[in-house]
Design a protein around this ligand. Structure first.
Ligand code: SAH
Ligand code: SF4
Length: 353
């Protein structure tokens, strides 16, 4: 599932200003900081016109500025824009830009594919290809920010959700390196208050993350309040059951003070019964949390069906009557293959015949 290999040079995006400066001992140190800033703006070396021409050519010959390039975009009626990105080794990933009046959000990928194997998700169908580097995550942000008209003074992307393809905690070290860098005020400058990370529930990593000092909004993909049903939807549940998952969610709240979001994709006849609503209410009570209901984005690779909008609202009302803080997430971009992993698969099918 790759496009032609284009280049294989050291990537500068993701390096600190000091590291960049140390690659250029013949130039003044401030060049490192300048290049760092340009990279965050999504500029290529040729566009770094305040650098000497010979330095630009030197960089061009030896390094890659940004490892992410836009291959295709698809615009939805609601302003959502979906990106198909190419990486330097030819792999493909996706991102979705969602403009909102309270801030523009980018949903970005953390892995090429995913090995968690959730049965309703298109991202995991071919397993994991590889982890993304911190530079490839930063590259998605810098690229979309630029494409959406942002610059160093006024970023177009203000919020991030790590909810594209991949399981962020299966790529723990690179995701943490990304979080450390994306908040840099001299770079992309997106603070942790404006970042959400979604996990399928790797409990040991949730605990480790809670202890790491990072304070992003943690979303946990729950999708069923019963172990047997959850294991059928999400094989990860066989390793970390619901009791342990709730325990780690509570721990995350205790350590960070941030309420935990539970994502709950409604699948008709699978997790939308009265018994599910009651059990879900029990599980999420007793600590600050919120349930985000999502109507399944149907994918052609499986037979799961989405409940009607009315049925989803009914489930929401049940939860609310039981005292649960809950909302139904507006499904953005469903007219442009909004669901996780669909675009990459469709495009790969096209180019591979
Ligand atoms: N791997 C992480 C983050 C990426 S998936 C996780 O699973 O949490 C982001 C969210 O999209 C998850 O809540 C996931 O369960 C959900 N999702 C995946 N496929 C979907 C589909 N076809 N319809 C609706 N939600 C889906
Ligand atoms: Fe991976 Fe998340 Fe898809 Fe599950 S839902 S296969 S964890 S990307």
């Amino acid at each position: 599932m790759t496009t032609a290999v284009s280049e294989n040079k050291t990537v500068l995006l993701g390096m600190s200003a000091e590291d960049i400066a140390s690659l250029l001992p013949e130039y003044p140190k401030y060049c490192g900081a300048q290049i760092y800033g340009f990279l965050a703006d999504g500029k290529g070396f040729g566009e770094m016109t305040s650098l000497k021409k010979e330095l630009r050519s030197y960089l061009e010959e030896r390094y890659t500025a940004n490892p992410v390039r836009i291959l295709k975009t698809f615009e939805g009626k609601d302003g959502t824009k979906k990106y198909l990105f190419g990486l330097t080794d030819g792999n493909l990933i996706e991102g979705v830009y969602m403009p909102h009046d309270y801030g523009n959000t980018l949903c970005l990928s953390t892995q090429v594919g995913c090995r968690m194997g959730c049965t309703f998700c298109a991202s995991g169908l071919d397993g994991l290809v590889r982890n993304l580097t911190a530079g490839e995550m930063l590259g998605q942000v810098a690229t979309v920010n630029r494409d959406a008209g942002g610059n160093s003074k006024n970023r177009a992307v203000n919020k991030l959700v790590l909810m594209g393809s991949g399981e962020p905690f299966d790529n723990y070290d690179n995701v943490l390196a990304f979080l450390d860098e994306v908040g840099n005020v001299k770079g992309l400058n997106i603070g942790e208050r404006n970042i959400s990370l979604s996990t399928s529930g790797l409990c040991d990593k949730i605990v480790r993350f809670a202890d790491s000092g990072h304070k992003v909004t943690l979303s946990i993909s729950l999708h069923s309040p019963f172990d047997e049903d959850r294991s059928a939807l999400m094989p990860v549940n066989k390793a970390y059951g619901i009791a342990e998952l709730i325990k780690s969610a509570k721990y995350y709240f205790q350590r960070t003070g941030r309420r935990v979001i539970f994502e709950y994709t409604l699948i008709r006849g699978k997790n939308d019964s009265d018994a599910c609503a009651h059990r879900l209410a029990e599980l999420t009570s007793g600590f600050p949390s919120h349930v985000n209901l999502i109507r399944l984005n149907e994918v052609k690779e499986n037979d799961y069906a989405a409940p009607s909008a009315d049925a989803a609202n009914e489930f929401l009302c049940k939860l609310q009557r039981l005292g649960v803080s809950a909302t139904v997430r507006k499904s953005l971009g469903s007219d442009i293959e909004g669901a996780c992993g669909q675009l990459r698969r469709r495009y790969a099918e096209e180019i591979n015949g």
